[in-house]
Design a protein around this ligand. Structure first.
Ligand code: GTP
Length: 602
């Protein structure tokens, strides 16, 4: 197609501001979907996404739109994930576009992720069209939302398009704006091939499917391609576009977006952000912006039943086929047996994988407290060989051999109302934060910028932020450096025995308080046994806190009088249910929650 008639755009928004609803409406108006096919939120393909109402994987849809100028345009809508954990994927999706719709909920206004995504779009040089959504709501405030877009995001909002994605009101105006305001793609059709990979997934029948934007040159069925990051070559077997139904095509020319299948067996080969070229006429250099993304959050995954270990390995392998950004390797724990140390992009990513393992593969899991990767400089000469990277407390070196430790640090932007600032500042200070900026962005809205150790965020930061702000705070963060911090390993002993899976890495100055809170929480979680159980927190051989679970005095059934058999059965069932997720350590049954108790204290 003549690039003059192509428009590539994304929709960016804070979670729940209406991105999926608006996408559906655009598909409907362009006739890409008939009413009957119109299933709520077609772009959110996976069940899990639908249930959680979040978009995990980026997709793209081609729509044909006859504009008021009489011309028919090819509009490629590129869907982007909305959560901070996936911001690299968002940035690559945006790099495949010339423009973006910035959707802001008229009743909520600009939120932290509106801002983070808008900045990503601006830094990718995109034309941004502000869209104010949900104007059908009684609480919609269009003038205030415009003011926030201007003051907070720094974009002119006079011409912002006010719509209701739900009712369809004024949505067509968006399509006209896309055609007239977003520039057509600029690539050269006769230059050597450069195509940007912005998503890929594994299909059990077809192998790996790659979504790409051709920047220069042409991609053809039957052609040999080379991936520039790893030099591997493959043959393109078939190509297509989603309308949203897959439709086969034979070429993708400069400026176009589509998917292809090319004898690729492993998604790990098709890295998001990589450049595809033609080995017989290769591009001189790859497209800018490629990063090999690394896991940031780590946790141990174990099965409650040890005989399910093989099933867990198989399930992890299957998930990995579709998600190259997650990693796993075998680890073993004295307490939990054989399991896997898994690496994730962030906490949400971890929750998604955990949930899929339980739901799709029917596994009962025990997860250890999530942690981060530390850079430990050992005593002795300063050299690379004297630095170890440790993400597993069980591999923590002997403290006498440690010179100093560096921990990953994030820059967090929190957007809130002034009435919640007090509570939030206390929270970030408690979490070892350092203030970088504090500004009023519009009216009573405040933007707080802090540097915080990632280790503090992976514990209970989101939940605490939500509760101190009653939900009126939004957070966005990115990794921004390392701090030198005196971290120590704290062990938890149950009946005098260290339970390796409960060890955590904490800041030395917080160890005493954390230890106290942790053993207290454990005391509540560990059921009473026939004997007394001591729970201790220790750093090396020094005990910093202790609690005791006293022994059971009476049989639980003794509480039931006479022959109330149904009540008895209920109690027994309840006990059985409780047992399901217990792990026997020595003589003591420890419930799953205890392994995560560290998350609930802080
Ligand atoms: P993520 O995929 O989580 O980023 O969410 P999203 O931005 O795609 O939001 P989604 O389209 O799922 O909409 C979130 C909620 O807002 C849903 O309950 C929608 O029905 C509702 N919603 C979306 N647009 C409108 C609108 O114009 N008016 C009203 N009243 N509700 C809307």
């Amino acid at each position: 197609m003549d690039p003059k008639f192509i428009r590539n755009f994304a929709i960016i928004a804070h979670i729940d501001h209406g991105k999926s609803t608006l996408s559906d409406r655009l598909l409907e108006i362009t006739g890409s979907l008939t009413q009957r096919e119109m299933q709520a939120q077609v772009l959110d393909a996976m069940d899990l996404e639908r249930e959680r109402g979040i978009t995990i994987k980026a997709h793209s849809v081609r729509m044909m739109y006859q504009a008021k100028d009489g011309n028919t345009y090819q509009l490629n809508l590129i869907d982007t994930p909305g959560h901070v954990d996936f911001s690299y994927e968002v940035s690559r999706s945006l790099a495949s576009c010339e423009g973006a719709l910035l959707v802001v909920d008229a009743s909520q206004g600009v939120e932290a992720q509106t801002l983070a995504n808008a900045y990503l779009a601006i830094s990718n040089g995109l034309e941004i069209i502000p869209v104010i959504n949900k104007i059908d709501l009684p609480s919609a405030d269009i003038p205030r939302t415009k003011e926030m877009i201007e003051n907070t995001v720094g974009l002119p909002a006079d011409d912002a398009i006010a719509v209701s994605a739900k009712t369809g009101l004024n949505v067509e105006a968006i399509l006209e704006a896309v055609v007239h305001l977003i520039p057509p793609p600029e690539g050269k059709a006769d230059a050597p091939l450069q195509a940007l990979i912005f998503d890929s997934w594994f299909d059990p029948y077809k192998g790996v499917i790659v979504l790409a934007r051709v920047i220069n040159g042409t991609l053809r069925t039957g052609q040999r391609i080379r991936l520039m990051s790893n030099g591997r070559t493959f043959d393109v077997e078939s190509m297509g576009v989603l309308t949203p139904k897959p439709v086969e095509i034979s070429t993708l020319s400069a400026g176009e977006v589509g998917f292809f299948v090319a004898t690729i067996k492993d998604v790990a080969d098709t890295k998001v952000g990589d450049t595809i070229t033609d080995p017989s006429n290769p591009a001189a250099e790859p497209l800018p912006g490629f990063e090999d993304i690394k896991s940031m959050v780590f946790a141990g995954l174990y099965t409650v039943e040890s005989h399910e270990h093989g099933a867990l390995r198989e399930a992890l392998g299957k998930l990995k086929l579709n998600d190259a950004s997650f990693s796993f390797e075998p680890e073993s724990s004295v307490a939990l047996g054989f399991g896997f140390r898994c690496g994730f992009l962030g906490l949400l990513h971890m929750e998604i994988i955990q949930e899929r393992l339980e739901r799709e593969f029917g596994l009962d899991l025990i997860t250890t407290a999530p942690g981060v990767r530390y850079k430990i400089h050992l005593t002795g000469p300063r050299s690379e060989s004297n630095i170890v990277e440790v993400e597993n407390p069980s591999r923590w070196p002997d403290p006498t051999t440690i010179d100093f430790i560096e921990e990953p640090v994030i820059t967090a932007k929190i957007l809130t109302n002034e009435e919640y600032v007090g509570g939030i500042l206390k929270l970030v200070e408690d979490k070892r934060g350092k203030q970088k900026n504090f500004e009023y962005v519009s009216g009573s809205r405040v933007m707080i910028t802090y540097e915080l150790p990632l280790n503090e965020i992976v514990l209970d930061f989101y939940d605490r932020l939500k509760s101190v702000s009653r939900g009126y705070a939004s957070l966005d963060y990115h990794l921004s450096g390392m701090w030198t911090s005196p971290m120590v390993k704290m062990d938890i002993l149950v009946s005098g025995e260290p339970v390796d899976a409960l060890s955590v890495i904490v800041h030395r100055d917080f160890a005493y308080e954390r230890g106290k809170a942790l053993v207290h929480k454990m005391k509540e979680l560990i059921p009473r046994q026939m004997f007394e159980v001591a729970i201790q927190a220790a750093i090396g051989s020094k005990i910093v806190a202790r609690e005791t679970v006293s022994a059971i005095k009476k049989d639980v059934l003794a509480k039931c009088y006479g022959g109330d058999i149904s009540r008895k059965r209920k109690l027994l069932d309840k006990q059985k249910e409780g047992k399901k997720r217990m792990k026997r350590i020595g003589k003591v049954d420890i419930p799953q929650e205890a392994f995560l108790a560290v998350l609930k204290v802080g």
